[in-house]
Design a protein around this ligand. Sequence first.
Ligand SMILES: [Zn+2]
Length: 549
Amino acid sequence: MKFKVAALAGAVAVAMATGAQANDLNKIDSVPSYQKYSPWYTQGQANIKAKPFAALSKSRNVILFVGDGMGVSTITAARILEGQLKGMQGEENDLSFDLFPYTGMAKTYNVDAQTPDSAGTMTAMMSGVKTDVGVIGVGEGIVRGDCSTVAGNELVTALELAEIGGKATGIVSTARITHATPAATYAKSADRDWEDNSDMPEEALAQGCTDIAAQLVDFEANLKARFPQADRVDGIDVVMGGGRRHFLPNDAAYNSADAVSSVEGDRTDGRDLTAEWKQAYPQGVYVYDQFGFDAIDPASTSKVFGLFNESHMQYEADRVNDIAGEPSLSEMTSKAIDVLANNKKGYFLMVESGRIDHGHHAGSAYNALTDAIELSNAVKAAVESVDLSNTTIIVTADHSHVFTIAGYPKRGNPILGKVVSVGSDEPELAADGMPYTTVGYMNGYGMRDLGNETDADEIYGYDINAGRMDLSSIDTEASGYHQEALIPLGSETHAGEDVAIYGAGPGAHLVSGTNEQSNIFHIMNQVGKLEANADKELSKPAPWWRRWW
Ligand SMILES: [Zn+2]
């Protein structure tokens, strides 16, 4: 007996000594070397650290708001529209983030593209390195669509570093939660379109690549496989958005109560990922409509998975028409913060207004601007529920759109109206004798008057109608009006100019100046100590009992 106790004590002592040694000799990096020593990463980090008081900027919580496609002209027009809806002239109005103390600019280009897409831009913001257009969470060594090039190019993201470091994590979007922007927080994919297994080529599946929806549900297991020492990883705590079709089997038996299609799910591998999530997180709550959302008590809930639509969630202006009802972006933001705030080590939250982009692609300023206003509401809700002495909030866009505010309309002229000049009450006429609107598009589907329609995507049922039209008898302020476009295209395009970055909370001044977009990661990393805390976690000696047994 005595001998046994001595042996036990000796083994413990040896185990502890080995642990201490391992700690010194085997510092484990959370960021892989090809990412950490990429010039994007080293220069971005150096640029941010060189800004005044960077080292003193510390925050417990980091919230990143992304207005998808919310260029500067969109912000200006949304600000005016919101003001006019409140009975003001409009121009003097402020969106919630207009009141943030610091602003800067971001250069949005992708490694291989002058005008970027959401996959490359969000990967830059989440990993600190720029990459190619169309790829998710992988570096520029990738070949888009080639599964065999994923291995060795996987990037670690701000959300993953927060997980490893023990923070709570959340993602909220009005787009499908497998769409490019939210996907870049958690997935690694050679193609943004691989949202479920039926979207993938046979070859990619045979080579072992998995779809984005499966990567979301398997996030915890996959991250632990990459970082076996990461003891605090417990999965993404709040996931809310659209895109149910990518999580359900292609079988009507799995349809939800508010299914639009006769068969809601697209998966052809038989996996019901919502059931798998519930099994993995028995303490969690899976919801798919407003009723389920309202029933969530943040105080007693640690895991939420909300899939409120088969595809994207509704445009804010069209939300009342949802079959089973769905929460607004501001409601989801407040609930997400309340759930994540239960974690004493803080949280990382990404909130995307995904459909500003879709409104613009459809040539509908009304839908794009009303969704931008709802993003402003969501930012306001966040500011009201956090303490800005320990929470950093960044609001930005991934890219702009070819959306302009033009002509010489007088002060207070309706932003969606026809141009009426100072001193006049009648619309100005162009050289072709016809009136014209203040806002419009360089390219896209073109003019269409859909009256009181509130779903911009209805346009895709009509023919392209670009060029000048006679607007004399048309109400261009109606929700269903689609603006004129010069160049005919099946979808209006992104634009390549810089986007704005707004900051509030500790280290918010670090957004100032003209930044590579990948520096947004370095700002969040600096204030949230994401990489440092993750490295510390990974390099901690394993508990003696684990090494012993
Ligand atoms: Zn887009």
